[in-house]
Design a protein around this ligand. Structure first.
Ligand SMILES: C[S@@+](CC[C@H](N)C(=O)[O-])C[C@H]1O[C@@H](n2cnc3c(N)ncnc32)[C@H](O)[C@@H]1O
Length: 253
């Protein structure tokens, strides 16, 4: 049986390049990365540092991986080798991000482990999420910086990356809002299939988000309990009965 990422990581020895990881990240990586094992994939990592993670991905995914890596530090160019393309630039620079988006092929996995500031995480996401293939996954790690002022974060601070993601959670429910104009929507947002929050990691899956529908089948078995409604709820129900955006709209008969 193939080794897990955690097993491969803890085999790192003093002869290998340095890598630094929170232990609980391995379960998250395994969940999203394992379906790609031993099949051709394009993987983009922002943030190279000593190059240890590039070695880890190569060991885990085998020969089929094509790695693309970005760092602001020109010394990281030294990590370019067969199947590893290194680009030097800042993930905070929209001109650099635009040219990156224009030159890179579409990716199966994008991992942002770069500078971890709010501007960097948001800008990089907005420029590079469109570079994901349908079905691909985009992970941002060390999102605890959303709670650290030195990175531009702070609890409930509107500029934090976590607060930005919370707004995307609202957008994910656009089809259920009485006033859809209250949430942001654009081509990028319409490609978000899921947003998963972990301790210090946010994972986005990309898949076209179509208007959902629901289906009721079979024969009723119980008499529903009569629920005493508040005056407000009764008025709302009456209103919803008369207006278009009712729940029934998406029901298939
Ligand atoms: C946490 S380290 C990456 C660690 C590496 N992924 C690993 O697991 O071994 C962060 C890296 O991001 C790079 N970095 C910082 N600011 C950046 C920026 N604005 N654009 C691109 N890379 C940046 C740093 O030079 C550093 O190498």
């Amino acid at each position: 049986m193939s080794k897990t990422l955690r097993e491969i990581f803890y085999e790192t020895g003093p002869q290998d390049r340095m890598i630094h990881k929170w232990d609980h990240y391995f379960d998250i990586y395994e969940k999203y990365f394992s379906p790609y094992r031993d099949r051709p994939l394009n993987f983009l990592e922002i943030g190279i540092n000593h190059g240890g993670s590039l070695q880890l991905w190569k060991k885990y995914f085998g020969d089929n991986i094509r790695l693309y890596a970005v760092d602001i530090n020109p010394a990281c160019q030294a990590f370019e080798e067969k199947d590893v393309q290194v680009t030097i630039g800042s993930q905070e620079d929209p001109t650099f991000l635009r040219s990156l988006a224009q030159t890179l092929p579409d990716m199966d996995i994008i991992l942002d482990d770069g500078g971890h500031t709010m501007t960097q995480q948001r800008l990089t996401f907005e420029w590079l999420f469109p570079k994901l293939k349908e079905g691909g996954v985009y992970l941002i790690e060390d999102t605890h910086t959303s709670y650290w002022e030195i990175y531009g974060g702070g609890l409930k601070r509107s500029a934090s990356f976590i607060e930005y993601c919370k707004q995307l959670v609202d957008s994910l429910h656009i089809h259920h809002l009485h006033n859809p104009a209250q949430v942001r929507s654009n081509e990028l947002i319409r490609q978000i299939h899921s947003i998963c929050f972990y301790d210090s990691v946010v994972a986005f899956e990309k898949r076209q988000h179509r208007e959902p529908f629901h289906t009721r089948l079979g024969k009723e078995q119980v008499t529903p309990v009569e629920i005493k409604e508040s005056k407000w709820l009764a008025t709302w129900r009456k209103w919803i009965g008369k207006n278009v955006r009712s729940f029934g709209r998406n029901q298939r008969h």
